[in-house]
Design a binder for this molecule. Structure first.
Ligand code: 4UW
Length: 549
């Protein structure tokens, strides 16, 4: 039998995301509430600033570029407090936001710009060179590249977003379709269960639903307007805004809740501790390696972190040992959540007060969601207590992969469930625990590394005839790391120098999180099924044997 969320359903308004955030009839904070603060300069957007800055930007792109409903803008930038107002202005003007990892190479960015059909890119001065090259390759004119952040282009050629903002008087908010299959708000990239990155289509309704679903559950303990001083929580903004986790949980939900986020453009444990002490930060959404840093790094002892009442871990597995070690050291509790780009992203959350009771669990299904645990071969529900692939249904489930109907069909069941590719067990209280991953994906510190993408690049090397990539566990760093198995052309060297050469060559073509940190192994053949599919499980077993030896 499918199981339901134990929480009462939330009602999801038929409205666009901009109006949902900025036109609420009543909210428990004022327009002068600080929402995004830059950790380095102290520059800040209040709720009122966000509203007006986004209106001015939306208005600007309508008058300057004749921005149309459905036009996509890409974001290629580290965390910046300017990202939220630009994105929301874009939504106001009917646009769709497609964020990309700012460490992407030119090749990776070009792929996303082309695939998403982006008509403009927002970036920062330090990323301008790659942006220019990728935009050129994707046919985006140079005057559609805009800068954000504190640095302007000294040559004056590339406009800062503030030069585009114009007074709101002439603007027209674009009417977007808001129903169950309404207009898209975000186009984020994920490899899903197999293959290369794909555009995950998320509507305004998907995102609004997820903000409401997650804030209802977190609100049971983290009363939105509670926090340390009765003014709401103050969060550490280290989770990337370009990933669905940061984009929805840190950017959009913080605006909705009226919480303040102190934004960091890159993670540094000492700087994070300084900011917690200085701003008396009380909460953060983070991936497990950040929990590891807080629980193990010696520098943490120098700072007063007592304001931090809880951390939330998501995007990759968190072991009970790690949660316990943080508690023992700092008396900071860690609750866990689980989700995917395809579920906007949050699907389950641990109740804050249950973090210690059901350690290792990712909590219960969010309101308005249903789930099944299914035997992936038989496509039948597993017996009670048995592990099975998690299939999900709910208003936060995506619309499909952009222009890929076959991939979309393969990931949806005939009765409308989304197949996550993750294996779970569920206990009698409805607590879900992730026990394995069925799909190909590797997660390095919460970032996706699609094995098929690395295999494709490796096969492009003139000395390589076959390749298979898997993730192996790196316990010290609390993450998986990619490892490649390669078959070389006859007569080509298979020594350490050759391994280093290929590893470095691959690294030059990909973002740093895709580096072969788990090493490269020369093999005689890649194990394959009769249909030619790489048997990754065989490679994983080999890796396990090797680590035991
Ligand atoms: N345990 C084990 C987990 C977990 C996990 C995700 O890059 P994507 O598409 O999406 C994300 C979403 C992050 C996220 C979800 C829900 C949540 O509460 C939260 O904190 C607020 C963050 O990373 O990758 C999706 C894949 O990542 C793995 C899993 O394999 C999933 O299919 N994953 N969370 N707690 N694995």
């Amino acid at each position: 039998m499918p199981f339901e969320s134990p929480y009462p359903p939330v009602s999801i308004p038929e409205i666009d995301l901009w109006s949902f955030l900025f036109e609420r009839k009543s909210k428990p904070f004022t327009d002068s509430k600080e929402i995004f603060t830059d950790s380095e300069t102290g520059r800040c957007y209040t709720f009122g600033d966000l509203r007006s800055a986004s209106l001015e930007f939306g208005n600007g792109i309508q008058s300057l570029w004749n921005w149309q409903r459905g036009d996509v803008m890409a974001f290629y930038t580290p965390n910046s407090i300017d990202t939220p107002p630009i994105m929301l202005g874009l939504l106001w003007a009917g646009g769709i936001s497609s964020p990309a990892n700012p460490l992407y190479t030119e090749h990776e960015l070009t792929f996303q710009l082309r695939d998403s059909g982006a008509k403009a890119v927002a970036t920062q001065l330090a990323h301008l060179e790659i942006t220019r090259k990728a935009a050129k390759a994707a046919g985006i004119p140079e005057d559609r590249i805009i800068l954000l952040g504190d640095q302007r282009d000294p040559s004056g050629k590339f406009r800062h977003f503030s030069d585009i903002q114009s007074p709101t008087a002439t603007g027209h908010k674009k009417a977007v379709a808001v129903g169950a299959h309404g207009d898209l708000a975000f186009l984020v990239y994920s490899s899903g269960t197999t293959g290369l990155p794909k555009g995950v289509c998320l509507t305004h309704r998907n995102v609004i639903a997820n903000i409401l679903q997650m804030s209802t559950v977190d609100g049971l303990y983290f009363h939105p307007y509670g926090g340390l001083d009765g003014k709401g929580d103050k969060g550490l903004g280290i989770t990337p805004f370009f990933h669905i986790y940061g984009l929805v949980c840190c950017v959009m939900a913080f605006i909705y809740l009226g919480w303040e986020l102190v934004s960091m453009s890159r993670f540094d444990i000492e700087r994070a501790c300084q900011l917690i002490e200085k701003h008396k930060l009380s909460f953060a959404y983070v991936p497990p390696p950040v929990i590891l840093a807080f629980s193990k790094h010696p520098v943490v002892d120098k700072y007063d972190l007592t304001s931090m009442r809880m951390l939330h871990s998501g995007a990759a597995p968190l072991t009970p040992e790690l949660a316990t070690s943080l508690w023992n050291r700092l008396k900071i509790a860690v609750k866990q959540g689980y989700g995917l780009s395809e579920t906007s992203p949050v699907a389950t959350l641990q109740l804050p007060h249950e973090w210690g009771k059901f350690m290792g669990s990712v909590g219960k299904l969010l309101p308005n969601m249903q789930a099944k645990l299914v035997d992936p071969d038989e496509e039948k529900e597993v017996a009670e207590g048995q592990p099975g692939e998690l299939w999900l249904k709910g208003p936060n489930v995506f619309q499909g992969y952009l222009n890929l109907p076959d991939n979309t069909a393969a990931t949806m069941s005939p009765d409308g469930y989304f197949k996550t590719g993750d294996i779970f067990v569920v206990d009698k209280h409805g607590n879900l625990t992730c026990v394995d991953r069925l799909k190909e994906l590797i997660k390095y510190k919460g970032f996706q590394v699609p094995p098929a993408e690395l295999e494709g690049i490796l096969l492009g090397h003139s000395d390589i005839v076959d390749a298979g990539v898997i993730g192996i566990e790196d316990k010290e760093q609390a993450t998986e790391v990619p490892r490649a198995y390669v078959v070389m052309k006859p007569g080509v060297a298979t020594d350490a120098a050759k391994g280093k050469e290929i590893t470095e060559w691959l690294a030059s073509l990909t973002a740093p999180h895709k580096k072969l940190r788990g090493g490269l192994r020369f093999v005689k053949e890649i194990p394959k099924s009769p249909s030619g599919k790489i048997l990754r499980r065989v490679l994983r077993d080999q890796a396990r044997q090797e680590s035991k030896a």
